[in-house]
Design a protein around this ligand. Structure first.
Ligand SMILES: Nc1ncnc2c1ncn2[C@@H]1O[C@H](COP(=O)(O)OP(=O)(O)O)[C@@H](O)[C@H]1O
Ligand SMILES: O=c1ccn([C@@H]2O[C@H](COP(=O)(O)OP(=O)(O)O)[C@@H](O)[C@H]2O)c(=O)[nH]1
Length: 243
């Protein structure tokens, strides 16, 4: 019997802040964090190199703070700092499960986390550490989806995996439309033309221009991450070529 090998050697996994909150609207659910750490640990165990970009929407989002009267740039700075807090919590959960990690932040924060350096990240990945990228892109008016795409391209990941609350990309928001139909495959141009709201447009354009495949899948489905790493058709794949 031939042993199945992982479909990808190096991945960039985007975990939204909301994913860390579990069933709650905000904050961090330690059980969810532990489950995610264990799922990531399984991938480390089969030799996959993993970079993770964390969101911060479970704590602060700049646009929401702005809607409540705060300056947008200050709000975005708060959102980026929120991703650092999520990173510290995820590192803690990973290290309790004996998974070696390295946090790299787009915003220098000496004494708490290391400053992002692409070559240091690649070296850490090659030595088997999971790299947790925090601080988004370091700039306001961007999102952590764009940061995920950016870091994925920089570390030369084989794929960007966007973990979310839905099973993939649908022809309309499945939370609002129960009749929505899921795509198994979609080109970036189709996603842009149809304005499918699952990922921000800057992130999709960057993937398209740099030919970085993107898979959107449901992180609430236990085992989905391992299953897609083993080549199963979980979620929706986005790429450049029409099928
Ligand atoms: N066409 C679509 N297909 C799938 N999900 C969509 C679509 N349009 C909007 N969504 C919404 O996008 C959300 C996933 O995005 P995500 O980045 O994980 O959440 P957040 O809004 O917290 O950043 C889903 O919860 C879903 O409601
Ligand atoms: O490069 C970035 C990434 C994030 N943010 C801010 O950080 C917040 C949290 O990130 P995001 O909304 O992407 O988190 P998620 O939805 O994935 O939890 C955003 O709303 C922005 O305010 C930013 O200003 N620049």
């Amino acid at each position: 019997m031939t042993e199945r090998r992982p479909a990808y050697q190096r991945i960039l996994l985007k975990l939204s802040g909301e994913a860390l909150a579990g069933d709650a609207d905000m904050g961090i659910d330690p059980r969810v964090l532990n489950r995610m750490a264990l799922e990531v640990g399984q991938l480390v165990g089969i030799g996959v190199q993993i970079g993770i970009v964390l969101g911060g929407g479970n704590i602060f989002r700049g646009a929401e703070l702005q809607a409540n009267g705060l300056d947008r740039v200050a709000g975005d700075h708060m959102g980026m700092l929120a991703t650092v807090m999520n990173g510290l919590a995820l590192r803690d959960a990973m290290e309790r499960n004996n998974i070696r990690t390295r946090i790299l932040s787009a915003i220098p924060m000496s004494g708490i986390v290391d400053h992002y350096d692409r070559r240091a990240a690649i070296r850490a990945l090659q030595s088997g550490d999971v790299c947790i990228f925090v601080g988004g892109t370091g700039n306001p008016f961007f999102t952590t989806d764009t940061a995920a795409t950016l870091r994925g391209i920089e570390i030369q990941a084989d794929v960007v995996l966007k973990a979310t609350k839905v099973d993939g990309v649908y022809d309309s928001d499945p939370f609002k439309n129960p009749e929505a139909v899921k795509y198994d495959y979609l080109t970036f141009d189709e996603a842009l033309e149809k304005k499918l709201g699952v990922m921000d447009l800057t992130a999709i354009c960057l993937c398209r221009d740099q030919k970085m495949p993107l898979r959107v899948f449901n992180m609430n489905k236990p085992g989905a991450l391992l299953s897609l790493l083993m080549g199963d058709a979980e979620g929706t794949l986005l790429g450049n070529k029409p099928r």
